[in-house]
Design a protein around this ligand. Structure first.
Ligand code: SF4
Ligand code: SF4
Length: 441
């Protein structure tokens, strides 16, 4: 029986538009705009100036803060600007702009790091940090910190191949096309954590990726097991995935390591494999470009810093002016202000939708059906969160554990009254955090 968790929803997965399309390399962009903040934690400070020549893999930004990750040039060429530019999160962020010389010259620091068998956990952490690897599933948490903070605590390594958000197929295509990179990265992570086993969780709508992954396993499986998960959203939520695979429950406010688990995205594993075997830092990624407004949806590999407009052009442009463009999935992604924005390390998808998919109503109203409560995978009560948020009752919001909301969007998806429940929960969380901070001062 496929493994699952409580609550959740069953949206149409809408993956058919790109599922069968092999990953294409985008034609080299003329210019890349690389923000100095593409991860959770301290932003980097630029280490290059206007006029500098850079190669693929040259460090262009770094930070001494423990929670950060360096940033590298994704094309070779000349730095033409170091200035604040619009970031996908809507703010202006210090960025390095590079004019591509189309020479694809590789920085001399990019070289293989030797057999992973001979590396210590500290060596692996250092390689991962220097390669600027962050969680590629969308969160952007620096991977070297996830490994170092889990040493001695983690007994279960989990690879999140659920890819449960509708439309997105970048992980799926990587599982089909380059499984040896994913399995290679898992083996390196097993070495780092000192574990003899790992488990890959994959949704039942991607069963054809299993033989591909199995072929890439070392003789005898190497301790790596593949388990089938029920196709249900948000199966790829860290807490839901951990529960489905291990029946362990991450406590409120806790991290996976609190229950002995560490969860990695398959693209992150592949990036670790590349960093060790070739020395190439994280300078490119696969992005699914899809949605009803896109003429020819595709999975595209592009340099970090490529403009969204370049990806849209490579997909034949828009069929009509989209009413909404989203970075990430339709459930958890965030709306973009336009297409003159760069792809960052955590951009797994760009979706755009025609106006006839706009389901919002002029006057959202609660009809007290309770559906939002029954689908919440975190056992929260979105309807009461909304009520107490409007009354600014922070004491009640705390009792309702609003901080546990993973912003999965399931409540808003099922709400017949079309209330903006996810957005309300997101703001309520932030307001409660501010309120508690003020109280502490
Ligand atoms: S799902 Fe919507 S309409 Fe139903 S109780 Fe929740 S908020 Fe109200
Ligand atoms: S309250 Fe949060 S966790 Fe629960 S369904 Fe809504 S968005 Fe998801």
């Amino acid at each position: 029986m496929a493994l699952t968790f409580r609550g959740g929803i069953h949206p149409d997965d809408r993956k058919d538009a790109t599922k069968k399309k092999p990953i294409e390399n985008l034609a080299p962009p003329e210019t890349v705009v690389i923000p100095m903040s593409m991860h959770i934690g301290a932003p980097c400070t630029p280490t290059v100036s206007v006029g500098d020549t850079v190669k693929i893999g040259t460090v262009i930004g770094d930070s001494s803060a423990p929670l950060s990750a360096p940033i590298h040039a994704s094309v070779s060429g000349t730095v033409t600007a170091v200035e604040p530019r619009l970031h996908p999160n809507g703010s202006r962020v210090m960025s390095v702009v590079i004019a591509n010389d189309y020479e694809n010259t590789i920085d001399q620091s990019v070289c293989p790091k030797g057999s992973f068998e001979s590396l210590s956990p500290e060596d692996i952490i250092s390689i991962v940090r220097n390669a600027g690897i962050v969680g590629l599933g969308g969160a952007g948490f620096p991977t070297h910190v996830k490994i170092s903070s889990g040493l001695g605590k983690v007994d279960t390594l989990i690879i999140n191949c659920a890819e449960c958000e509708p439309y997105i197929t970048s992980n799926y295509r990587a599982m089909i096309e380059t499984p040896e990179e994913i399995i290679g990265g898992i083996r390196i992570l097993m070495k780092a954590f000192g574990l003899s086993s790992a488990v890959i969780g994959i949704e039942s709508n991607k069963l054809d990726a299993i033989p591909s992954l199995e072929k890439a396993l070392p003789s005898g499986g190497g301790g790596i097991k593949i388990k089938t998960l029920k196709t249900k959203y948000p199966q790829g939520g860290e807490k839901q995935l951990i529960y489905s695979l291990t029946k362990r429950e991450v406590p409120p406010g806790g991290l996976p390591a609190a229950v002995g688990c560490a969860v990695f995205n398959p693209d992150t594993c592949a990036a670790i494999y590349q960093a060790v075997t070739t020395g190439m830092p994280l300078v490119s990624r696969v992005v699914t470009v899809s949605g009803s407004a896109i003429a020819n949806p595709k999975n595209l590999r592009c340099p970090v810093g490529t403009m969204v407009s370049d990806l849209v052009t490579a997909c034949g442009g828009f069929k009509e002016e989209p009413y909404k463009i989203i970075a990430g999935g339709p459930m958890m992604g965030s709306a973009l202000q336009g297409v003159d924005l760069p792809i960052i390390k955590s951009s797994n998808s760009i979706l755009s939708f025609c106006g006839n998919e706009d389901t919002s109503v002029a006057e959202p109203q609660c009809i007290r059906c309770g559906r939002c409560v029954s689908v919440c995978p975190m056992n929260l009560m979105p309807i009461y969160i909304r009520m107490y948020y409007e009354k600014e009752r922070y004491d009640e919001l705390e009792k309702l554990n609003v901080s546990d909301c993973i912003e999965c969007g399931s409540c808003a998806y099922v709400c017949p009254g079309r209330l903006f429940l996810t957005q309300t929960c997101r703001v309520a969380k932030a307001r409660l955090a501010e309120y508690k901070k003020k109280g502490a001062n």
